[in-house]
Design a protein around this ligand. Structure first.
Ligand code: TXA
Ligand code: MG
Length: 330
């Protein structure tokens, strides 16, 4: 955590009755808050208030051509953002909401242009987190909520991460504990008859019934996936499965301050010159620890963070996608 006047001034509130009331009042007044979801923390504001959405873009230094996700309390509210719910969108919403799935649907005119970055579509999801649900149920409008990090930085998975990113720039941050999934939602274009995965995430291709090699060409990706992303201030490298020892030895000879994020079974055997930033047991566990690992590596002052690869299946696909982008090899 960062210390100093900015961080000290940020209001982190427990999500009790008072905290929720303060959050809803701030949002209805057009202010921005840090909001927990099951994936990552969001930087939330009224999705229907153009000035508020402009403030979100400004706070994140987010390119204006990268649209935001609109968050709803329940699938029944879909009519607030779209007039054309395809059978596919209906089926995916029924199967995965609330949950880490974002659907791209055609936008109703009521969704401000700035929120959808000028596109005729809008991304929408119903998060699966009691605090997010409580806030969304009570506040006036659906909430635009990109991940609560400055553009290009790792997404926050704790309330303190949000404070580290934004200090006192936000009205408040609601503390909902650490995020249980740890990587962002899966973004799926649901306007056609087959789901098109635009961003890998918390809902797996296996769950969606989409083959690993199906679709996903550069043109079909989400605008946001064009940018380098998720990167901490240190270099990230991926150690392919089975090559951890070789990669560690190679890094150690260069004399860099080396940090590692490795499977628990491998941590003991590493040279003591490598700082173990964290360990994991499987891909879902790495998903939960990935961004906190990035941030811990920054705090520890490591120059190079070596992360052990996981298999490209289940949530492992999203983990590897984020790792490649952070490493600058995507
Ligand atoms: O898990 C999540 O989705 C988190 C939590 C806070 O809900 N939010 C999040 O938002 O990751 P953000 O803004 O960091 O990422 C939104 C992604 C971007 O890649 C963006 O380009 C894409 O969704 N997106 C938004 N609207 C879109 C649209 N109309 N068509 C295609 N992609 C869209
Ligand atoms: Mg983001």
């Amino acid at each position: 955590m960062e210390h100093g006047p900015r961080a000290a001034a940020a209001r982190v509130l427990r999500a009790d009755a008072d905290g929720l009331a303060a959050a809803v009042a701030a949002l209805d007044a057009g202010e921005l808050i840090g909001l927990p979801t099951e994936t990552v923390y969001g930087l939330a504001g009224d999705a229907f208030a153009p000035a508020t959405v402009a403030a979100i873009f400004a706070a994140k230094a987010r390119p204006a051509d990268n649209p935001l996700i609109v968050h709803l309390a329940a699938a029944e509210q879909l009519s607030r953002v779209t007039q054309h719910v395809t059978p596919l969108a209906r089926a995916l919403a029924a199967a995965h909401w609330p949950g880490p799935l974002t659907l791209v649907v055609s936008a109703a005119d009521s969704v401000p242009t700035i929120t959808r970055a000028g596109l005729s579509s809008v991304a929408v999801r119903v998060p699966d987190h009691p605090v997010a649900t409580a806030v969304l149920t009570r506040c006036r409008s659906p909430l635009a909520a990109p991940s609560a990090n400055r553009s290009g930085r790792p997404s926050p998975t704790t309330a303190m991460d949000v404070v580290t990113e934004f200090g006192s720039e936000l009205a408040l941050v609601l503390d909902g504990g650490p995020c249980v999934i740890g990587v962002e939602s899966t973004v799926v274009d649901a306007r056609g008859s087959r789901p098109i995965v635009l961003r890998e995430g918390g809902v797996t291709r296996e769950q969606l019934g989409v083959a690993a090699d199906e679709a996903g060409g550069e043109l079909e990706r989400s605008p946001g996936t064009r940018y380098r992303h998720y990167a901490p201030r240190c270099r990230i490298e991926i150690a392919p499965t089975g090559q951890l020892d070789v990669e560690v030895a190679r890094a150690v000879t260069t004399g860099v301050h080396l940090g590692v994020l490795v499977h628990r079974d491998r941590a003991e055997q590493l040279p003591t010159t490598a700082t173990v930033i964290d360990t994991f047991t499987d891909a879902p566990d790495l998903a939960r620890r990935l961004y906190t690992g990035f941030r811990e590596a920054e705090r520890a002052g490591v120059e190079l963070l070596l992360v052990e690869a996981v298999a490209e299946e289940g949530v492992g696909r999203a983990v590897m996608d984020r790792l490649r982008r952070a490493a600058g090899v995507a």
